[in-house]
Design a protein around this ligand. Sequence first.
Ligand code: PXP
Length: 234
Amino acid sequence: MALLGVNIDHVATLRQARKGIQPEPVHAAAIAEQNGADQITIHLREDRRHIQLRDVKLLRATVQTKLNLEMAATPEMVTIAVEMRPDTVTLVPERREELTTEGGLLLSREMEPMIKELQGAGIEVSVFIEPNMEIIKLASRLGVDAVEIHTGHYANLTAPAEIKEEVERIHKAAKLVHSAGMRAVAGHGLHYHNTQALVALDIFEEFNIGHSIISRAIFTGLAEAVQAMKFIVE
Ligand code: PXP
């Protein structure tokens, strides 16, 4: 059975739209945990467009499952992570102009000291990469604990033949991750119709999913929210 990491960045995005105090990501994390999430995933971006440093601090103090901090591979972020002690750090690429994390991390030998520093602080290190055999081999040589395969390309495909081919590519990549002794994780763009095919591969230990869950929550919660306000105004 795979673990579910719920990415709550989008709750923070909604809060930052007004730069206020609602909705509170800590509340989102608690609800996610109470309903089966095995992990809370957050991305502290360089431009702080959604998750803020105070969120990381509060979530570290309140998350009772596991906290997975996605971050760029920079000395500034490593210092923050070592101080905050998330259970896992997922190293991701970051470009200021992107809407979301596009493409996998360009892993390099230069990242080894950062990986070792994080692991030395007792933090599991995962890398978010494309399903590419050479990059997975490098991840193994760098001694990372887990590989999160970027499923964004898969999620964008619509032609059945292309989807099948991409699932095979992801499967091959996940098998290599697994045989190299690393944890195989998948994430990005996964939703209520495309996650099943990856679960069926029975190789991923964990899925990190955000946008589709928060999007669905708007509609499953909207009726109650309108009724509550109607009750106040009538
Ligand atoms: N995993 C990683 C490494 C990510 O960067 C993201 C997006 O922040 C996700 C998973 C979740 O993606 P989505 O919000 O599309 O489900």
